[in-house]
Design a protein around this ligand. Structure first.
Ligand SMILES: NC(=O)c1ccc[n+]([C@@H]2O[C@H](COP(=O)([O-])OP(=O)(O)OC[C@H]3O[C@@H](n4cnc5c(N)ncnc54)[C@H](O)[C@@H]3O)[C@@H](O)[C@H]2O)c1
Length: 422
């Protein structure tokens, strides 16, 4: 479908949303599409400021309880020398607890914006700063870098870190939009370097998803027949972002909070997709108002999974209410939503998340930050591959990019590239 016919449909849609026989609703929607929406967005999301305690984003909640099946035991005395880059609106550079891990020394930090760089240094109690990632990676004392920069820079920044012989952990997604060639280069760089790469997908350490993964591996689902994942985050005005990368972004270019609810459970991949979208009535999600020419605020994708099952994944920026990052699976032997398993399995492996050092908080996104950091650190200490390694990261990210292509062609069935790291 052409952008012009999208425009035509969108106008019809807005008209339909304001039927004259419902004057109160008409007034409410008219107000929302104007100043009230902006005010609501600013109140919820905080225009022009970083996300402090006063600003709430769905999914950012701290863990209320975090329990493990066994106590923390150190695996080594060694301290890994870590650099951290990026202290943007989400303040991610400081929020995964590297500074509180007993096996980490933070050697240096960086952000292009000097006041953010200083604030990050203070937050992680580090004295050395560099003006950019490109300068920081030249520091020979650093052996691993956590990159929390803007999504469009992720692949390039990870390649730069790996090129300098350092392990890398990255905020989601693994790469941005149509950069599929960078995904290939990333896979190749990780394979040839022998260094660790891990993507910090927060859904993976949601208590429910983590437990689903353990049950799947123990055979308690058989194969997954059907799974669902969703990231619902109403953005009437976009959250601030470096060089405005978030403005009008295609929803499923940000797929990993959802796709984790299948790929994070099985370690498999998606092979093909048909996806649909609906022209958005939100201003920054209209194609003439964003650099991506993206007309959608919600995309719904139906995937075929490598094990043979089906999966419905979505991301929605333009539907208010019932927000969050959620998912569930249905298998040949059982099904599960959150921590609630129903099915034929009678015995279960340990389901609770791994123990954390007593100095660390489980942290935000439902207690996923601490265990993500800990898994990356342990993988280096134990000279093994981390969970959510390069293949899994690309298999969570690329399907969303192809899904958006499919949505632009009104649901055409499309093949998805496969990433393997044997
Ligand atoms: N649940 C989740 O997993 C989750 C939630 C929120 C954000 N994120 C991800 O976290 C990342 C950071 O989010 P944000 O909102 O803080 O981003 P942002 O766009 O607000 O900030 C990015 C920061 O990176 C810095 N930067 C860019 N290039 C740099 C370079 N070469 N050297 C040094 N600094 C550089 C910028 O100055 C900026 O401060 C994003 O990739 C986002 O997708 C993930």
């Amino acid at each position: 479908m052409t952008p012009a016919s999208f425009n035509h449909r969108r106008k019809r849609l807005v008209m339909n949303a304001l039927p004259s026989k419902f004057p109160a609703r008409r007034r409410f929607l008219a107000e929302l599409s104007g100043g009230a929406a902006a005010a609501l967005g600013a109140g919820l999301l905080g225009s022009g400021k970083a996300l402090g305690d006063d600003v709430r984003i769905p999914g950012f909640e701290q863990a209320r309880d975090y329990e493990s099946d066994k106590p923390w035991e150190p695996v080594a005395d060694r301290r890994i020398r870590v650099g951290i880059v990026g202290y943007g609106v989400c303040r991610f550079g400081a929020s995964f607890g590297f500074q509180d891990h007993p096996n980490v020394d933070i050697v240096a930090v960086s952000d292009l914006i000097p006041e953010r760089c200083r604030a990050l240094a203070q937050a992680v109690r580090c004295e050395t700063t560099y003006p950019s990632l490109e300068e920081l990676v030249k520091d020979d004392a650093i052996e691993a870098v956590f990159v929390a920069t803007d999504a469009p820079s992720h692949a390039r920044h990870c390649l730069e870190v790996l090129r300098h012989g350092k392990h890398v952990a990255i905020a989601v997604p693994a790469f941005w939009g149509e950069e599929l060639d960078e995904a290939d280069r990333l896979l190749e760089a990780v394979k040839t370097s022998g260094l660790n790469y891990m993507m910090f997908e927060t859904s993976c350490y949601h208590a429910g998803l983590y437990a689903m993964r353990q049950i799947y591996r123990a055979g308690g689902f058989g194969e997954i027949v059907y799974s669902e994942g969703e990231y619902y985050h109403y953005c009437p005005t976009p959250i601030d972002s470096f060089r405005d990368w978030r403005v009008g972004a295609p929803p499923l270019w940000y797929p990993t909070h959802s796709t984790a609810y299948h790929i994070g459970v099985t370690d498999g991949s998606y092979t093909e997709v048909s996806c649909m979208g609906m022209p958005s009535i939100v201003k920054h999600l209209m194609p003439e108002n964003n650099r991506y020419k993206n007309p959608f605020g919600t995309e719904i994708a139906l995937f075929r999974a490598s094990e043979g099952g089906m999966s419905r994944m979505t991301c929605s920026w333009d539907t208010p209410g019932h927000s969050g990052e959620k998912g569930r699976v249905r298998g040949q032997l059982g099904s599960m939503d959150d921590m609630n398993y129903q099915g034929l399995a009678k015995e279960f492996p340990p389901l609770r998340r791994p123990p954390l050092p007593p100095t660390m908080a489980a942290g935000g996104h439902g207690g996923s930050h601490g265990p993500l950091c800990n898994e990356f650190v342990l993988s280096i200490l134990e000279s093994r591959r981390p969970w959510i390694d390069i293949a899994t990261s690309l298999n969570m990210t690329a399907p969303g990019v192809v899904a958006h292509r499919s949505a632009l062609k009104d649901g055409e069935l499309m093949k998805i590239p496969q990433y393997k790291f044997e």
